[in-house]
Design a protein around this ligand. Structure first.
Ligand SMILES: [Fe+2]
Length: 334
């Protein structure tokens, strides 16, 4: 954490550190406080990439969902999820189901979709006894720290996400697409530039190419915006990867990533990307009742391993289309 803190006249309770924190002071009406400070919070997110709000005392689903709605311009339904969530209504969810003792690596929510949230909202109803931060990394900083040749290749080719939906691991295709109607899934895939193949056992295989680097539509800044490291086979624990390859074959993993031309990405490259993320990670440990707003294009987030109960609600807000972010590649695969 930096030791330099700045106080703004516009709000005496703003502390600018690696994660900017606004402290509300006593309030018994979080919804009203959010309405009154909506403009300030949204401008802080645009300027800094994220802001934490401490003191709202968010503790129940209905009150938190109301604050999420108040601060967003619109909430969006998640499709193509890779891990299950509990839904609390349109656009409001639990955090993803993921083993507590495993870190969920840095990613931008739905960066493999054509339409993704511009704003992620998180609220901590119950903080864990140890760990469990929603950590952050600034994507223009990550981009600048990656080797030039690597960035050039991904900018030129984009990245591929290959998925194999089954009923054993991760979200099934019915969960990911929110329907058990195969025709509806096919229509979605065609509209979203996703190649698909139905497997004889009823499973579904998909492949989609996306831009690895985008330009932020509000600020114009270039952002490293993808999930190629997080969803790579090389980010899995070695024993889990070995087990899955034995079970499904190397082309049948639940998800994996490639260069945009279909070439494999080496373990060294994935390790390097994850190391750069780690070197630029900042975190503010959760306290009960906290709210965290994250610019999903500018800022990657992770979920660190934890102990004890942890209840974090999530809203996917302010949808943005890839077309509006100056993508560097065509989305159709070759
Ligand atoms: Fe996430």
């Amino acid at each position: 954490m930096s030791s330099s803190f700045t106080t703004r006249p516009v709000d005496p309770d703003l502390r600018l550190g690696p994660v900017p924190i606004v402290t509300t002071g006593p309030t018994d009406d979080p919804d009203r406080w959010a309405a009154e400070h909506r403009g300030l919070l949204r401008s802080l997110v645009t300027e800094h990439g994220a802001v934490m709000v401490r003191g709202l005392g968010l503790h129940d689903v209905a009150g938190t969902a109301s604050v999420f709605t108040r601060l967003a311009t619109g909430l969006m339904v998640e499709t193509e999820a890779f891990a299950a969530r509990r839904s609390y209504g349109t656009g409001v969810y639990s955090s993803s189901t993921w083993p507590p003792n495993r870190t969920m690596c840095m990613h931008h929510e739905l960066s493999y979709a054509l339409r993704f949230p511009g704003l992620m909202q998180f609220a901590c109803l119950v903080s864990p006894s140890r760990g469990g931060a929603t950590a952050l990394a600034d994507s223009p900083t990550v981009l600048a720290a990656l080797p030039e040749a690597l960035v050039e290749r991904f900018e030129h080719e984009g990245w591929l996400l290959a998925r194999n939906y089954n009923d054993d691991i991760g979200a099934s295709w019915t969960e990911a697409f929110g329907t058990d109607d195969r025709t509806a899934v096919e229509d979605y895939c065609r509209a979203a530039a996703i190649e698909f193949v139905w497997q004889p056992d009823g499973g579904l295989s998909t492949r989609q190419r996306r831009s690895a680097v985008i330009r932020h539509p509000l600020t114009g800044r270039r952002c490293w915006f993808n999930q190629m490291a997080f969803l790579s086979e090389w980010t899995l624990d070695p024993e889990i990867r070995e087990y899955l390859v034995d079970l499904y074959g190397s082309d049948g993993l639940p998800f994996n990533t490639r260069y945009g031309n279909g070439d494999s990405i080496s373990r060294d490259t994935v390790d390097l990307i994850n190391q750069v993320y780690q070197a630029h990670t900042v975190r503010e440990p959760w306290q009960d009742g906290d709210l965290l707003l994250v610019d999903n294009l500018r800022t990657a987030h992770s979920r660190e391993a934890y102990e004890g109960p942890r209840d974090v609600m999530v809203a996917l807000a302010d949808p943005v289309h890839l077309h509006d972010c100056s993508p560097t590649v065509e989305v159709m695969t070759r």
